[in-house]
Design a protein around this ligand. Structure first.
Ligand code: IPM
Ligand code: MN
Length: 357
């Protein structure tokens, strides 16, 4: 039996996570696996219940699990209150740090049926298929010192990276490039930042261990442009925490919706799987959110945490068919679209046909 810790979180988190669980349950039934799901609190939901955005009980649940399925975090009541002492996001950041989830893997793919949804031209998005390795537990998100000056009139954050933090994620990115087309692009700002120069130094040194990988470098401002202008030019992208955060939101535009993109966060122990979108409170509880990012995150869970490649492929194939047949939520469907649950049901039904892979 495999234990899956489920952290639905805030906003649309619970409803998209419910669809991902439905999919995992269908896979378990169909392929003869036994998954046990156990829920934990995180984010604003956890602050409301316990005062802590990442309660100890949740951390224990995660540490004892074989994988973590996570929904979304964030609540507008904190966003508009700069004086709030506890924030939902702290729960997510602490979880990443405490569980050693240093590599966030975010694949970007396209769907034929969605070519007209993307604001980018058909010929630009055709065949786009790349993956971003975003460092997740270092950089400006965690660097010290941070805070306010004594008089409160200035504020500061620190971007800090140690060599080992760069090397451990770089090795994962090199290995991924070996399995794909053999190209790795390090995105940085080495013309300005000392941390970026350390990234270049460490990654360049590692390249000797991966002679079959071609390494190139790109400044992040240029990368932001290239992602829109020539996204098919990327294969494996390696970058630091904040650049990766920004570039992957941007990259989601290529697919057609932020609601489509999944991610895996891996590191020294248990892995965590979550859609890259936020809590989207405006539509929470209305059965309107796109569950595909969460469902594809479940596929990544099957693959990365459980080594169930055929099962993961079955989920991805079902998602592709559902999208191509027009079974998608309002963000992708100009004529109204289907509800969160209905899309989840359709994908489960397609997985059950088992003829897709
Ligand atoms: C993400 C999110 C988080 C981040 C927020 C919610 C702290 O935007 O997972 O990309 O910035 O890492
Ligand atoms: Mn983000």
């Amino acid at each position: 039996m495999k234990k899956i810790a489920v952290l639905p979180g805030d906003g649309i988190g619970p409803e998209v996570t419910a669809q991902a669980i439905k999919v995992l349950q269908a896979v378990a039934d169909l392929y003869g696996h036994d998954f046990a799901f156990e829920e934990g609190l995180i984010g604003a939901a956890a602050i409301d219940a316990t005062g802590n955005p990442f309660p100890e009980a949740t951390e224990t649940l995660c540490r004892q699990a074989d994988a973590i399925l996570f929904g979304a975090i964030g609540d507008p009541k904190y966003d508009n209150d700069p004086s709030a002492k506890v924030r939902p996001e702290q729960g997510l950041l602490r979880m990443r740090k405490n569980l050693g989830l240093f590599a966030n893997i975010r694949p970007v793919t396209t769907y034929e049926a969605l070519a007209s949804i993307s604001p980018l031209k058909d010929e630009i998005i055709r065949g786009v298929d790349f993956v971003v390795f975003r460092e997740l537990t270092g950089g400006i998100y965690f660097g010290e010192p941070r805070g306010r000056s004594e008089d409160g009139q200035s504020a500061f954050d620190s971007c800090v990276y140690a060599g080992y933090e760069i090397e451990r994620i770089a090795r994962l990115a090199f290995a991924a490039a070996q399995k794909r087309s053999g190209r790795l692009t390090l995105v940085d700002k080495a013309n300005v930042l000392a941390t970026s120069r350390l990234w270049r130094e460490k990654v360049t040194a590692l390249a000797a261990d991966y002679p079959d990988v071609t390494l190139d470098f790109m400044f992040v401002d240029n990368a932001a442009m290239q992602i829109i202008q020539n996204p098919a030019g990327f294969d494996v992208v390696l970058t630091e925490n904040m650049f990766g955060d920004i570039l992957t939101d941007e990259a989601s535009v290529i697919s057609g919706s932020l609601g489509l993109l999944p991610s895996a966060s891996v590191g020294s122990g248990v892995g965590l799987f979550e859609p890259i979108h936020g809590s989207y409170p405006q539509v929470a509880g209305q059965n309107r959110a796109n569950p595909v990012g969460a469902i594809l995150s479940a596929a990544m869970l099957l693959e990365y945490a459980f080594d169930l490649h055929q099962e993961a492929a079955a989920v991805r194939a079902a998602v592709t068919v559902a999208i191509n047949q027009g079974y998608s939520t309002e963000d992708l469907n100009k004529t109204g679209g289907y509800g969160t649950r209905e899309v989840g049901d359709k994908i489960v039904e397609l997985i059950k046909t088992k003829e897709l892979v």
